[in-house]
Ligand binder design. Sequence first.
Ligand SMILES: Nc1ncnc2c1ncn2[C@@H]1O[C@H](COP(=O)(O)OP(=O)(O)OP(=O)(O)O)[C@@H](O)[C@H]1O
Length: 615
Amino acid sequence: MSKMYGGGMPGAGFGRMKFDDGQQKPNISKAMLLRIFNYFKPYWKQTMLVLFILLVSSLLGLLPPILIQRIVDHALPDKNMKLLVELVLISLGTTVVAGLLGVWQSYLNSFISQSIVYDMKNQMYTHLQRMPLQFFSAVKQGEVITRMTSDISGIQGVFNSTVINFASNLFVLSTTVATLVIMNWKLAIIGILIVPLFIIPTRKMGNVRWKLAKQTQEKMSEQNHIIQETLSISGYLLMKLFTREEKEYDSFRIINGESARLQIRESMAGRWFMMILSTFTSLGPMLIYLYGGYLFIHGEITVGAIISFVALLSRIYGPFGQMTNLYVDIKRSVALFERIFDYFDMKPGIVNRPDAQAVELTKQDIVFEDVCFAYQKDKQALEDISFTAASGTMTALVGPSGAGKTTITNLIPRLYEIDSGSIRIGGTDIRDMTLESLRSQIGLVTQDSYLFNGTIRENLLYAGSEASEEDMVKACKAAYIHDFIMELPDGYDTVVGNRGIKLSGGEKQRISIARVLLKNPSVIIMDEATSSLDTASEYYIQRAMHLLLQDKTSIVIAHRLSTIMAADKILVVKDGAIIEEGNHEELLLKNGVYTDLHSKQFERKAFSMDSQSPI
Ligand SMILES: Nc1ncnc2c1ncn2[C@@H]1O[C@H](COP(=O)(O)OP(=O)(O)OP(=O)(O)O)[C@@H](O)[C@H]1O
């Protein structure tokens, strides 16, 4: 997966927005570890406490094996019942205390890991909010969700399985090895000699598991992508209409099968590994019995010492096994962080300039001056666009499909950043205004009015939840949608479905007009619906538009002759340039592109409108 964003936008720093597909292993560098460490920093007190508990627990864990030696060598041969009971009780006591410490430590573990996940999710969410539009059109659908949910949530496992395991094993190992050496250094050497046998298979295994894990993740992500693409409203419709069900099912089934096979391989790789490790683990005690027995026969050590030694030995093999597994875990964890950091490293698209001001516009004339813009490096979308949309007037953009009309309108609220030239509103360069102040004064009604899956009321109040019921009804009446809403079974509380699927295009657009009316911005940008609306719907939209645009500076991508005729100025856009400018009559007189467009596009409509439209 992760093959994203090859091309870059000039000057916007998109060059870094890529993942290195060839990279098989994570890069465990000092800088990377430091960066990870920074996330733990706010919780250093809790982390220190956890480490302290782990140290105490590892020391407590030494007691039972040592006590066994005392039981076997003293309490039993001396038939000392009192000593026996004492030793057993102490042993029991240490186990209980260690258990209680374990509970406390679990709580702290959860607290620390969940806090880190909380911080990261918040950071990621706000970071993604600041990503440019291009990012969302380039990134695969499921990917953002995967990063936000499974990748970041995986971080909590990192703390529990990697950090805690590492510290705990380190403490257990060092205290146990020290005790073994103090008890009998010869036996200790034999017990420890076996350790290198773990290292070789572990290193090999680490690489195999890493590769499998990465492949599995890629397959999972592809699977998510198919689900997102085909089981979302628009994807579902596309699939049905083009009868692609079987083909989509086939690709899903194949990827699903591959990921299942990979996961089986991954878990089996782990199993074989564990089997080899456990064989080596059982070798240790055997050697101790053999050599320890020899030392006992020669009177060098006691039986209790041998039993205690074997018990202690199990404390080093377990942690050693885990420590070697830890290598795999660390690699996985770092890879997880790497995937997340890849996202964090992407430059946010459009941000406030350091000296940006919150500007309250008093005049709203919009001036484009020699504006150039490209989505991709070598393909200019707009070239030297210059025009003025006078305050309080309506400017219509007309032109063939793909001419650049939407692009022009998207530049005004800075959804994209221009490459050269300037755009000023009321004399202020839009880049000198804070994004919030700029966008709060602009209302955008798009063709495909986006409604989220909530009630009509929630959708309407999205712009400003402080609007009163009265304001809302007033706006809906002005948008000619109130009566329709009141006829719905739940009125304003009717749920609109995903992307407003339960409403017609005209209804959605009227709701979005009402939404903008409620926001009451001084600049309005509107993309008229192209879809053929029935006469009544069109009539209401025209009326609603009329009210919406009254006394406002508006730029309308016009598809209807009535709108064009009402416009104070018409800009004819073709191939990313403005080629004609004037009002309807002036342009017709020019006998140029507009006349041509008009005769092809509008004459038939004009005929149908004259005969049917109530306007
Ligand atoms: N996100 C994008 N990334 C890359 N290219 C884009 C993007 N959006 C639009 N374009 C390209 O920019 C050019 C202008 O597109 P734009 O959407 O502005 O045209 P339009 O005049 O609004 O067309 P229509 O009337 O069909 O909506 C087209 O060639 C289009 O393919």
